[in-house]
Design a protein around this ligand. Structure first.
Ligand SMILES: Nc1ccccc1-c1cnco1
Length: 274
């Protein structure tokens, strides 16, 4: 898998040289390209943002640097390069681009890259989405900052191929970099060969739709707290049953929204006396 990241903080991703993902890169399982959005600006200040049309607080990331950066990764649509190289006024760019733009065939089929923008307005990132994305050949992550990226960037590339807005959760970050880091870890570890023992990928929270069971290791007693005896019994059937029950009880208690309908207690079930 190839992963490209566009960001104004490229050094943020130096950490991807470490640990499992570092090894995956050394072994060629994952190819990584990190691109500084400012390298695709042409003014003295390397500006990447400007004030929002319609007013309001904060700044919006400009479309031109994003178009130049993403075209450099995707393979430019010739007219897009010509338009941006000569026009200096945004209105002229918009008029000429609208007149001359023809969708490129870069991602016509579903086997082209997927362009992913972390966004609080995106679809919830889940283990199922991580699994789906781990099967792709090429992911491109665009890290927005400030009040977001000019909407025309999403619209322009949606006309060319697969674009996803993805949210890590209902909270506010200052930018997409932290979200991209989390997504790359969740996706990368599912790529065959990245995690040494694939068995360890199976019994994890969310893999089977339930939260994982509690885990214990030596010593068998610690500060007066003992390991559940069933785990010391050597009875693998009983252990498996206990673990499954722990998953169901933990999911029901902490994340009832994840409970599969067939595991929910019947609606009229009386609560057992505590
Ligand atoms: N708040 C944000 C700001 C910028 C880019 C992503 C996010 C985000 C992603 N998931 C939740 O928030």
């Amino acid at each position: 898998m190839r992963i490209d990241i566009v960001t104004i903080f490229p050094e943020f991703f130096d950490v991807l040289d470490l640990s499992l993902l570092g090894k995956a890169r050394q072994s060629g399982l994952i190819e990584l390209g990190v691109h500084n959005l400012r390298d695709h600006t042409h003014d003295r200040h390397h500006s990447v943002d400007d004030t929002p049309y319609g007013g309001g607080a904060g700044m919006v990331m400009k479309a031109e640097p994003w178009g130049a950066a993403l075209d450099a990764i995707l393979g430019a649509a010739p007219e897009a390069v010509a338009t941006e190289a000569v026009a200096t006024d945004a209105a002229a760019v918009a008029t000429e681009a609208a007149a001359t733009e023809t969708p490129t065939a870069v991602n016509a089929a579903d086997d082209g890259p997927i362009l992913i923008f972390p966004s609080p307005a995106g679809a919830q990132f889940t283990q199922a989405m991580a699994r789906e994305l781990s099967l792709e050949q090429h992911l491109i992550f665009g890290c927005g900052r400030y009040e977001g990226i000019d909407q025309r960037v999403v619209d322009h590339y949606e006309a060319r191929g697969r674009v996803r807005l993805v949210s890590l959760g209902d909270y506010v970050l200052n930018g997409g970099e932290v979200a991209v880091m989390a997504m790359i870890e969740a996706i990368g570890r599912l790529i065959p060969g990245v995690v040494g023992n694939p068995e360890s990928l199976v019994e994890e929270s969310h893999e089977d739709g339930l939260l994982e069971y509690p885990s214990y290791t030596k010593p068998s007693s610690w500060r007066g707290l003992d390991v559940p005896p069933v785990l010391l019994s050597g009875n693998h059937g009983a252990i498996s049953t206990w673990r499954r029950q722990q998953q169901i009880e933990r999911t029901e208690r902490v994340r009832p929204d994840l409970m599969p309908p067939d595991l929910l207690p019947p609606a009229n079930a009386k609560q057992s006396p505590s």
